[in-house]
Design a protein around this ligand. Sequence first.
Ligand code: HEC
Length: 114
Amino acid sequence: MAPEVLQRGARVYGLYCVSCHGADGSGRANASRSLDRPPRDFREAAFEHVSGPQGSLPTDADLDLVIRRGIPGTGMPPWDGMPDEDRHAVIQFLKTFSARWSSEVPAGGEASPT
Ligand code: HEC
């Protein structure tokens, strides 16, 4: 992944996501303490919204959808107003939290937009 994209993703994450998901991706940041359901640990890359088999990595399209829609009933807000380029960049940045992304391929049904 191009370093500019990851830099942009890190900036977007630092602005909008770090308060809950934490600088280390653990989901144990300050704002998450008041949530009934704390954010999952991105370091484990165990995602719920995957188009492939349970336990597989999400595709970029899967992540894009869940980030745009948010997760109703949890503290995860919808980010549908975020520019596509920022969403794309933050998705690439999320993948730096776990080594699973370099050893496994998302098994989703749809082609990844990247
Ligand atoms: C106000 C707190 C909060 C903020 C801010 C926030 N999230 Fe979340 N996020 C959550 C919670 C709570 C969940 C749901 C718990 C879980 O399953 O991880 C979640 C879940 C997720 C998931 C997991 C989806 C899945 O399929 O398992 C992703 C990806 C995600 N957030 C990305 C982001 C990104 C990217 C940003 C910044 C643009 C962001 N979040 C900002 C609280 C937050």
